[in-house]
Design a protein around this ligand. Structure first.
Ligand code: SF4
Length: 362
């Protein structure tokens, strides 16, 4: 079901912007409260105000500072893929039990940054000043890229902006099948739409409010027919009793729907979490068992499966993908060089080499 807010807070600074006018017009039947400062929002001083209730509130505001930046996962310790993010939306209407945002966002609302033109100017200025540098840019760092576009309506604008940039590629990541706004656009091959995949039993249990596996794959096939490149993310991989069969069936279905030549890249990553997330998620979703496994604290403070489990998951899933699509660039998200050595057949030496490898199927 499409997300609809129950209340909208509007920062007076964005009232005159076209994106704001459109949203307020569309939701004229929803309570709209204009404020000059977040201090005027009573929910922010209510200790009992929950994450679940926060998701029903939309807050329209400006982004202060630069919303275009290198992916926050960047670190010298890990093999980074030089990914950039545009911070247009914070928080998400979907409910993945493992979602890091539950432990991370200090305002529980869904926030839109409506000074889009200013944000795009910042983005273009960096990309155009560095014409020999390739950029991969995503909007799904703090939300799902498609789940809210029936309200924001920013994706067509982004797709058309990127269609004119020879050295950049936009990636829209999703777990939905909400592709209507992307159809019929003149994307010129500069946008890849990426689906995060998991076996259907995992989706049913812990990726609540998302589209079923088959619907995600139908949507990806539909955008292939519109000339888009698509990508897939097997992240987080979950270790559960039926995982071998579950991932084998999921990968088989993926290749039934989309031919390897249309797949720009695939990433892999196993479940990882900061310790506080376990407590928050288990309170919100008492039925889940994903944290009942053998985890160890890694040097970045995150809990990860024991190495033998991670190795089994990554080697099995990457092997199945390689078998169906040997030419698809396959990469690990935010992993150390030693993990690449242990678990992958390809190991780019640095971020530039990884970037080049990821472009090889585009
Ligand atoms: S889709 Fe992504 S941002 Fe949304 S709840 Fe799931 S993990 Fe979080």
């Amino acid at each position: 079901m499409l997300y609809k807010p129950e209340r909208i807070y509007v920062d007076s600074q964005v009232l005159n912007l076209q994106f704001c006018t459109n949203i307020l017009h569309k939701y004229a039947d929803v309570e709209q409260i204009i404020i000059d400062s977040p201090d005027e929002i009573p929910e922010l001083s209510d200790a009992d105000f929950s994450i679940t209730r926060g998701k029903r509130v939309l807050y329209l505001k400006r982004y202060q500072g630069s919303a275009f930046k290198l992916c926050p996962g960047f670190s010298l310790d890990v093999l980074c893929c030089n990914y950039y993010v545009i911070d247009l939306i914070e928080n998400c209407p979907l409910e993945c039990a493992y979602c890091i945002l539950q432990a991370f966002l200090n305002k529980p609302f869904i926030i839109f940054h409506l000074n889009v033109e200013e944000i795009i100017e910042q983005t273009l200025s960096t990309i155009e000043r560095n014409p020999s540098q390739p950029f991969r840019v995503g909007t799904g760092e703090h939300s799902d890229s498609l789940a809210l576009d029936h309200i924001f309506q920013v994706n067509p604008y982004l797709v058309e902006t990127f269609s004119a940039l020879p050295n950049a590629m936009l990636e829209l990541k999703t777990k939905t099948d909400l592709i209507e706004p992307l159809r019929g656009l003149n994307h010129k091959g500069r946008t890849a739409v990426a689906w995060s995949l998991n076996p259907h039993e995992i989706i049913e249990q812990i990726e609540l409010k998302t589209a079923p596996l088959e619907k995600r794959l139908q949507a990806s096939a539909c955008l292939v027919s519109e000339g888009y490149k698509v990508a897939f993310h097997f992240d987080p991989l979950i270790y559960y009793p039926n995982w071998r069969t579950g991932y084998a069936q999921t990968i088989e279905m993926m290749f039934d729907y989309v031919s390897p030549r249309h797949i720009a890249w695939i990433s892999l990553g196993t479940l990882r979490y900061i310790p506080i997330l376990k407590q928050i998620a288990e309170e919100r979703f008492p039925h889940i068992s994903i944290f009942c496994n053998e985890f160890i604290a890694a040097s970045d403070g995150k809990m990860r499966y024991l190495k033998k489990i991670r190795k089994e998951l990554l080697q099995t899933v990457s092997g199945l993908i390689r078998k169906g699509g040997p030419g698809i660039p396959l990469y690990l998200c935010m992993e150390k060089h030693s993990v690449w050595d242990d678990m992958m057949t390809v190991h780019p030496a640095n971020a530039e080499a990884l970037e080049k490898y990821l472009k090889s199927n585009v």
